[in-house]
Design a protein around this ligand. Structure first.
Ligand code: SF4
Length: 184
């Protein structure tokens, strides 16, 4: 089951995942569900080896969003991203995925495809704010766990309490072909 493209409408904010720079953060959305990760033999075996419970995790990120219940730690997204939006979260802090929300992250984790800790690792959008909207990660993800949608900035800002209806209405569409500017 690929990521729900309407996840911000169909989910609630689980928490804010803070960057150590004190400025940036991303949101996680839930509830999660049983999906590809629950059925994947590599993922199941890795959780068993750790003695950790394989439980619903939800979606990490809003404009660049990875459904952690679909993510099977393939790593194609890390390899495809030209600006290292993603890291393997366990290579920065080797903790259960449920606890990621409560931690602060520096982005010092590994960003190469094959450098995950094991198949319980997940692609974390630790530098969501650096996305240049190339869409490369979306098409390479085997379980289609990723949605990249700049217009989801509205949901991010509403969750952050920084959304302005007036600014949103007066915002002009970007010049033709200009999709590379980060809006946040
Ligand atoms: S859309 Fe491009 S820049 Fe953004 S996270 Fe995906 S691969 Fe990286």
């Amino acid at each position: 089951m690929p990521i729900d493209p309407d996840f911000p409408r169909n989910h609630k904010v689980l928490g804010k995942v803070q960057h150590a720079d004190g400025e940036h953060f991303y949101f996680a959305w839930g509830p999660g569900k049983a999906a590809e990760a629950t059925e994947d033999e590599n993922v199941k075996a890795a959780y068993e080896a750790r003695g950790e419970k394989l439980e619903p995790l939800g979606v990490h990120g809003t404009m660049v969003a990875v459904d952690w219940d679909s993510c099977v730690a393939d790593g194609a997204c890390l390899e495809s991203c030209p600006v290292q939006v993603f890291q393997w979260y366990r290579t920065e802090k080797d903790i259960p995925a449920k606890d990621v929300i409560n931690e602060t992250w520096t982005g010092s984790g590994e960003t190469a495809k094959d450098d995950k800790k094991d198949y319980t690792d997940k692609a974390q959008v630790v530098r969501e704010y650096d996305c240049i909207w190339c869409m490369a990660c979306v098409s390479v993800c085997p379980p289609q766990a990723i949605v990249v949608d700049q217009s989801n900035l509205e949901f991010h800002e509403k969750a952050a309490g920084t959304f302005s209806e007036a600014l949103s209405k007066s915002a002009q569409p970007p010049p033709h072909g200009d999709h590379k500017q980060s809006p946040f």
